[in-house]
Design a protein around this ligand. Structure first.
Ligand SMILES: C[S@@+](CC[C@H](N)C(=O)[O-])C[C@H]1O[C@@H](n2cnc3c(N)ncnc32)[C@H](O)[C@@H]1O
Ligand code: SF4
Ligand code: SF4
Length: 331
């Protein structure tokens, strides 16, 4: 592993990059009378994490810490069984670290037995020990997104504070090894949240990790630029790396394609909605598609389709769609 760099997290220049129009992927939704999401995200752990990453608004999360029990989790999944075939992805994480839940491998098994498509997690991987790795692979995890934010221990631990780079590095290599030894096909995505503190390391990071994964499984090394999480991230200006004037006709994929359920069954608007912007409904009480085609989602969709995203509360300052426009494309 290389640990030398001309620039360090402390010395790197804070200049912002300007993107050319050719670098940008613009999202265009399928306009419908009735929307069914293609991506279900369930927050299994709320407001609990072993880390304190500098680009994560964790210190401003206000919802009560919780680990979803498996009965409620199963009840939530059952609500989506009628839509299972339209749901291309099931993500089991949101505001917290899913591997703090000792029942998490069982949650993967339950979803897999219910035949949900493409079950994935994002994790900081500090708790991805050998036992957990084998259980996740065996129980049917389709994708793990490993949050590693530097090629050097110094940079990674400057960004992902309270984590241990050497442990994470060993855990991720062990996961790849266990996957390769198994007859399962779990995809490994190594993900770099590009920001001022690590932007100088991306090329070296890419070269290092690309030679340790296996494209035969769909593995990849991807980057995603830091965003301000629904406009809520303090210090965002000092972390941001790109200069971009938000156009008024940007459309956010979340309200057209994603359905995010918090660990108590309440519904979030989107991935920028860490604290519950609105009381949209709870899937344990109301049919999910009624919520998804209700007043709030419809208003947000309509305003975006009319080119008015800048008039929408939260979206007016949120840079999530902008980061998605520049992310490394993943199949
Ligand atoms: C909130 S975390 C929860 C899952 C897990 N704890 C983790 O870090 O992977 C979900 C994802 O958001 C990413 N993330 C956190 N803050 C971000 C920011 N300001 N901009 C872009 N991505 C961010 C993390 O790297 C992670 O991939
Ligand atoms: S590991 Fe994930 S949830 Fe925890 S602080 Fe970092 S980004 Fe936030
Ligand atoms: S643009 Fe709006 S809908 Fe999309 S993630 Fe940001 S706050 Fe949520």
């Amino acid at each position: 592993m290389k640990t030398e760099n001309k620039e360090t997290a402390a010395s790197v220049s804070s200049e912002k990059e300007v993107y050319e129009p050719d670098d940008i992927n613009v999202y265009k939704p399928d306009v419908k009378d009735w929307y069914i999401p293609n991506h279900l995200q369930i927050e299994t752990v709320t407001n609990l994490c072993n880390a304190r990453c500098i680009m994560c608004p964790i210190d401003d999360w206000k919802r009560t810490p919780n680990i979803m029990d498996n009965e409620i989790y199963t009840e939530v999944l059952k609500k989506f069984l009628p839509y299972r075939d339209q749901l291309k992805f099931l993500s089991l994480f949101c505001c917290g670290e899913s591997l703090l839940d000792k029942n998490f491998p069982d949650k993967v098994r339950i979803a897999s037995e219910m035949e949900f498509n493409s079950i994935g997690i994002a994790s900081n991987c500090d708790l991805l020990d050998d036992h957990t790795a084998q259980a996740l692979i065996e129980n049917g995890l389709d994708t793990v997104i490993c949050g590693i934010d530097g090629i050097t221990k110094e940079t990674h631990e400057t960004i992902r504070t309270r984590t241990n780079y050497d442990n994470i590095h060993a855990n991720v290599l062990n996961f790849i090894k266990r996957r390769n030894e198994s007859d399962k096909k779990t995809k490994v995505l190594i993900r770099f949240i590009r920001q001022q503190e690590n932007k100088h390391e991306w090329e070296e990071y890419y070269d290092y990790w690309i030679s340790r994964i296996d494209p035969e499984y769909g593995d990849d090394v991807v980057k995603f630029d830091v965003h301000n999480v629904g406009g809520e991230l303090k210090d965002y200006e000092s972390r941001d790396i790109i200069k971009f004037e938000a156009a008024s006709d940007i459309i956010c994929q979340d309200v057209f394609e994603k359905f995010l359920v918090y660990s108590d069954g309440a519904v979030a608007l989107c991935n920028g909605d860490d604290n519950g912007f609105f009381e949209i409904g709870n899937v344990l009480e109301t049919e999910p598609m009624e919520i998804y085609n209700g007043e709030v989602f419809n208003r947000y969709r309509q305003q975006m389709l009319e080119g008015n995203i800048n008039n929408l509360e939260h979206c007016d300052t949120c840079t999530i769609p902008r980061s998605r426009m520049y992310k490394t494309p993943i199949d």
